[in-house]
Write a protein of this length. Structure first.
Length: 202
């Protein structure tokens, strides 16, 4: 997803968009919480080229680029080009909002995995489908490759088949009740983290 945003920014601000003053001024600042302008400053200090800056920026930076403040300048002319497989009948504004919401869903899942927090009260099949949909929006070939190699679906369906309709919300402690083992918990987290890495690079 970050490469999709970078493509749009490059079309507007040039190949060295991280150093473009107009783009920098378009980023909001925040006294409390996440500050995208400060994130960009920090990334530029650590990396001399655009290609090096891109992976230094936080996931939330790329998500925040899908807010309404960028519709006119960035997404109206570039969204369908950088995400060519989005739903054609929908408006650009609706597709941008949809992408933001999907990235929020993925960000929350990613944060829970990164902090080793439980993910059993989530609809993991829905999370997995959202990851696939975002990848497919950028490149259907990559989405097909991901689908052929990912293991999350098999782990969720086969290892949690004792849970009706994959509804983990009824389980207060799946490990204690013997529904999943500790090693399966870590394996599932690793699998989702791999899928998330693939999504972020696009």
């Amino acid at each position: 997803m970050r490469n999709a945003v970078s493509d749009a920014l490059e079309a507007l601000y040039g190949p060295r968009w991280p150093w473009n003053a107009t783009f920098e001024r378009s980023l909001p600042t925040a006294a409390i919480g996440y500050d995208p302008r400060n994130d960009l400053h920090n990334a530029r200090r650590r990396a001399p080229t655009t290609g090096k800056v891109i992976p230094e920026l936080k996931f939330v930076f790329w998500q925040k680029m899908f807010t309404g403040r960028y519709d006119t300048r960035i997404w109206d002319p570039h969204l369908r080009r950088v995400l060519p497989n989005l739903d054609p009948p929908k408006s650009v504004a609706d597709l941008r909002k949809q992408t933001y919401a999907q990235l929020e869903q993925v960000r929350l899942l990613r944060n829970r995995i990164a902090h080793h927090e439980p993910i059993f009260n989530r609809s993991l099949m829905d999370d997995h489908q959202t990851i696939h949909d975002l990848v497919a929006a950028r490149c259907s070939i990559t989405a097909g490759w991901l689908k052929s190699y990912e293991r999350a679906t098999a782990i969720i369906v086969n290892d949690w088949e004792t849970v009706d309709d994959n509804d983990q919300t009824e389980l207060l402690d799946p490990i204690k009740q013997g529904v999943v083992r500790d090693d399966q918990v870590h394996e599932l987290g690793d699998v989702f983290a791999g899928d998330l890495d693939a999504l972020l690079v696009l």
